[in-house]
Design a protein around this ligand. Sequence first.
Ligand code: NAD
Length: 246
Amino acid sequence: MKYIVTGCSNGIGRCICLTLLKNNHEVYGIDIDKKGKDLEDINEKFHFYRVDIGDKKELDLFLKNVEYIRFDGIINNAGFNSEGLDSCSYDEFNYALKVGLSAPFYLVKSLRYNLNKDASIVNIASTRALMSQKNNESYATVKGGILALTHAMAMTLRNKARVNSISPGWIDVSNYNESKKIEISNNDMLQHPVGRVGKPEDIAEMVLFMCSDKGSFINGENIVIDGGMSKQMIYHNDDYWKYKGE
Ligand code: NAD
């Protein structure tokens, strides 16, 4: 089967590509960065396109390259941490929307007639679609928007493709992104009801499931994968939680 994966060079996207390749699928990877480690020498089943998906001209060049290829799915994964009211300019806000929302919309719109029957589209959202820290407006808007785009496209593409999203919580991508090595403390892990932060494989395995027949009755859905972090109720002095004030 043939899948497009955006943001294929690092992090969760790189893990998704490696997981699809390991399961004998063919991957058309897109990234603004150079080809990711572990993918450098795979040429037969991995086709790499260096594209800024926030730039329509570059997306159009990619689309021209693949116009006669039939696909079994599109994984809209590329994204970056964009900011909010305190520090995000008008142009930066709009660029975040282009990468996180306009590109997934345009890729699916342009390739919808290239999709094989029962294709699977998976959009990578975030638990930040429904909860926020300060100065997070552009990222939260992108992720909230992708949940709506997901159920809307699921209806338009009925009988043609299933469209779902995955909302990861904290995923430690350091094994797949050399520039994102961070210290994770014991408390960082223990605050999660499962006692650890997530790993890219937690997301990649769900993508694989959603692309397989096993996921064929899941449509228009958002699957939260966050170790239960967004389900916990937090009150001052309850369960070790302490509000420290401003
Ligand atoms: P990452 O930075 O490790 O990887 C993102 C990849 O997307 C990079 O290779 C980057 O070059 C690429 N990319 C960014 N902008 C692009 C553009 N304009 N055009 C083409 N490629 C572009 O990040 P990650 O943590 O693996 O994030 C992957 C997805 O998962 C993102 O959508 C992110 O919002 C989402 N997510 C991540 C976490 C987490 O904790 N890591 C949590 C929730 C959601």
